[in-house]
Design a protein around this ligand. Sequence first.
Ligand SMILES: [Zn+2]
Length: 202
Amino acid sequence: MTGQDAILLDLTIPADGHWGHVLRQGQTLRIVDLEGRQAVDFLCYNALDPTERYNAADTMKYAGTIFLTAGHGIYSDMGRRLFTIVADTCGRHDTIGGCCSAESNWVRYGVDGTPSCRQNFLKALAPFGLGKRDVVANLNWFMNVPVGPDGTMGIVDGLSEPGDYVELRAEMDVLAVLSNCPQTRNPCNGFNPTPIRVIVRG
Ligand SMILES: [Zn+2]
């Protein structure tokens, strides 16, 4: 369906990079994990009224699972689809782990002043007039956060291979922002953050 659509944007985002873009309804966003095992932290908002934004809990409830894949919707806090996942060659993404921050790296690892997805989100949101109040629980593409039968939560090696991708179709005009995660202290990026590619078609 999207194969013949024009490529509107095609760029590589380096490790620790950030990106934000408004997609019009019907446009698609493909996020490619170029080298594999690279977490991509992601948030999205109604572009016309960003007080309506991604709601992790409702998205999980509607999907009936914490593991989103092709066919699932990415929902706002107003019960509307921001995106539909139309393709997913990886099959394992995270909805509960949230983003890394310098502060949480201090709490967890005792290191100060690290680069982080929270900082990248703030950089990506700033041109759109958004800031700290707008950073909510986020999605992590290609991040593997299994939950054991006893409730144990882990952050383990991602399952994405080089070239794996997710493709999202915008169901309204959507502001999408992402951070190409710089974390080096757990396996979410294979301890080696690498570039990703984003392609917008429409
Ligand atoms: Zn991160």
